[in-house]
Design a protein around this ligand. Structure first.
Ligand code: NAD
Length: 434
């Protein structure tokens, strides 16, 4: 009997009640008949309490560390693991061993060995694992794959994909924020573009990547670029220097509050963001540090060049210095035509046919559910798919399950090896690389 028939809703514990944990929890707010949040683990009391109050969670099911929850007898159907990058593997393994179905934020883990261990443990314990490569669940990404599979552009010869991170967004997350230092979190290719490598792999529709190379650089956000006279903190920077800096924390955060907006990224800076609390956080916390004077070391611009079986190639460009914020752009070149798409909130896929010279547009709008519109609606589509698959006891409907996600992560690790060792890396059929 499927879970759905036994019970009207699935139950879940949120492990890491920060930005992502609270986004996925919204699904239970919107669809209480499908998902109920019955537990939460987070060392940050404010965020743990917030979720506890929102979902009326019993005190005994609120934990200050994931391990306390995992030590208990199994309490729910699922866990939603949204802890920091370096804290995915241990909870994923512990909860898989207890038989929980797992929605796991990307990256699965920060190295190959840990990713493989997660996959093995989930398989051995026969639990559902969905990795949050959320973009895979968007109608535009799925429609693009359908069009490729239909043969409408003949044989795929090249995919050219760009992830424009956004100048202020990069400064926020990858210079000052959680993902600024590889040893403390992960490389920017893994943190930001495991989505994009995964998409390219998906659109290549079963063709195997055989070799790749990668180049990258940490441009501008380094000490050599620091303007003369600049202070170590924006709040202390001389006005004539600060006013000329597009990355000034005053501009990125305080100007946003002045416009009455306390959403992302301001909401990350303080528990209850106001002009006073954010100003105080900028005076002492990580988000007020000069972008030219930090221990950030992740790449600000990187390219990955890939060759696939049969000769098709793909290029990925990750770029910090853009106006656009994560509005991905892709072109797929085939022997008989071309497809292109810009992943706006209302994406349109354009097709041009070489024989007829006719262009056609396909609409691929996501379902925009209030409170879950992140990543152009992708966050909703991802957890919706996970909940349906667990409820129906059908793992086949998951497109970012253990093996598929492992395959994409291995490509990212191989690309990082190629970049660091300045050479072409060859990939074997079993995913190993050298
Ligand atoms: N799928 C996507 O597109 C996407 C987007 C952004 C972030 N992410 C990933 O999601 C994860 C979470 O990112 P975030 O932005 O929500 O970060 P966040 O810092 O807002 O949230 C992480 C939470 O985990 C909590 N935590 C830390 N140690 C813990 C422990 N021992 N037990 C339980 N909880 C603990 C922290 O206190 C924090 O509240 C990261 O791995 C990140 O890379 C994915």
């Amino acid at each position: 009997m499927s879970k759905k028939q036994e019970n009207s809703y699935l139950t879940a514990i949120v492990i890491g009640a920060g930005m992502r944990g609270s986004v996925y929890a919204q699904y239970a707010q919107i669809y209480p008949d499908r998902l109920k949040i019955i537990g939460v683990a987070d060392p940050r009391k404010f965020y743990r309490r917030q979720l506890q109050q929102q979902f009326n969670i019993e005190d005994k099911n609120c934990f200050s560390d994931w391990s306390e929850a995992s030590e208990r007898d199994k309490m729910s159907d699922c866990v939603i693991i949204t802890t920091p990058d370096r804290l995915h593997k241990d909870p994923a393994i512990a909860f898989a061993k207890k038989g929980y179905n797992i929605l796991l934020e990307k990256p699965m883990a920060v190295n190959e060995e840990d990713c493989r261990e997660i996959v093995k443990t989930c398989q051995e314990n026969n639990v559902t694992l969905t990795v949050c490569h959320v973009l895979r669940y968007t109608p535009w990404a799925i429609k693009l794959r359908e069009l490729i599979d239909s043969g409408i552009i003949g044989e795929v010869v090249n995919i050219n994909h760009t992830e424009p991170v956004g100048f202020w967004h990069f400064a926020h997350s990858f210079v000052r924020g959680n993902w600024h230092n590889e040893a403390k979190s992960s490389s920017s290719l893994l943190a930001k573009c495991c989505h994009d490598i995964d998409l390219i792999n998906f659109w290549m529709a079963g063709r195997r990547c055989t070799s790749l190379s990668s180049f990258g650089h940490l441009s501008h956000f380094n000490n050599e670029s620091k303007p003369p006279g600049a202070a170590n903190r924006c709040m202390e920077c001389p006005a004539d220097v600060e006013s000329k800096c597009p990355y000034s924390a005053k501009k990125i955060y305080l100007d946003q509050i002045k416009q009455g907006d306390t959403g992302f990224p301001v909401c990350v800076i303080a528990e209850e963001p106001t002009m006073e609390s954010v100003t105080a956080a900028l005076k002492t916390g990580p988000y007020g540090v000069c972008v030219y004077d930090n221990d950030n070391d992740v790449m600000s611009n990187q390219v990955v060049n890939m060759q696939f079986e049969g000769g098709a190639t793909a290029t990925l460009t990750m770029m910090a210095f853009t106006k656009s914020v994560c509005t991905r752009e892709v072109k797929v070149y085939g022997t008989k035509g071309e497809l292109s798409c810009k992943a706006t909130s209302a994406p349109v896929i354009q097709h041009f046919d070489f024989l007829t010279g006719v262009s056609h547009e396909y609409q691929a709008e996501p379902q925009m559910v209030k409170g879950m519109m992140g990543h152009g609606g992708a966050d909703f589509h991802c957890i919706h798919s996970f909940v349906n698959s667990v409820a129906n006891g059908d793992k086949t409907t998951i497109s970012t399950g253990p093996e598929e996600s492992l395959g994409s992560h291995l490509l990212v690790f191989a690309a990082e090896k190629a970049r660091k060792e300045k050479r072409v890396v060859m990939l074997q059929p079993d995913g190993t690389y050298n």
